[in-house]
Design a binder for this molecule. Structure first.
Ligand code: MG
Length: 159
């Protein structure tokens, strides 16, 4: 039987930080603040995978009070969760995600981000979908204060 999980995350913009989305550094005047690399998209995907597996959330697995995860590459957190899924007899078969960001435009980087995430997840590219939208000037996304990401993951038993 398949299992589905959702994940949502947000991080604030600040000067002097990098903007990392799905493991790809996107050129931007400002980046995202966080204990790790603040890869909001990868964090949402990690939470979706954990949710589908019934394994809690990213904060339980990688506490932001733990110095081990300071400036962590979030793709390494994703790899660790995929290993947990394997031990639980599960594998990811599909991920759909949306990044909500006013600027910069995500579209020039979408294919690279998709390919990077699909590679880590071990998915065909058409099973790692990535969408982008803005906040239409409304809320923290619309005012350019930060970025939000949403993800849905589907898992199947390993056969
Ligand atoms: Mg986060």
């Amino acid at each position: 039987m398949s299992r589905t999980g959702i994940g949502i995350d947000s991080h604030a913009f600040a000067d002097g930080r990098r903007l990392v989305l799905g493991g790809i550094e996107v050129p931007s005047a400002r980046g995202l603040v966080g204990h790790s690399d603040a890869d909001v998209l990868t964090h949402a995907i990690v939470d979706a995978l954990l949710g589908a597996a019934g394994l809690g959330d990213i904060g339980q697995h990688f506490p932001d009070t733990d110095p081990a995860f300071e400036d962590a590459d979030s793709l390494d957190l994703l790899r660790a969760v995929l290993s947990d899924l394997e031990h639980a007899g599960l594998r990811a078969t599909h991920v759909d995600a949306t990044v909500m960001m006013e600027r910069p435009k995500l579209s020039p980087h979408r294919d690279a981000i998709r390919a990077r995430l699909a590679g880590v997840l071990g998915l065909e590219i058409d099973r790692m979908n990535l969408k982008a939208t803005t906040g239409e000037g409304m809320g923290f996304v619309g005012r350019g204060e930060g970025v939000a990401a949403l993800a849905v993951a589907t898992l199947e038993p390993r056969t």
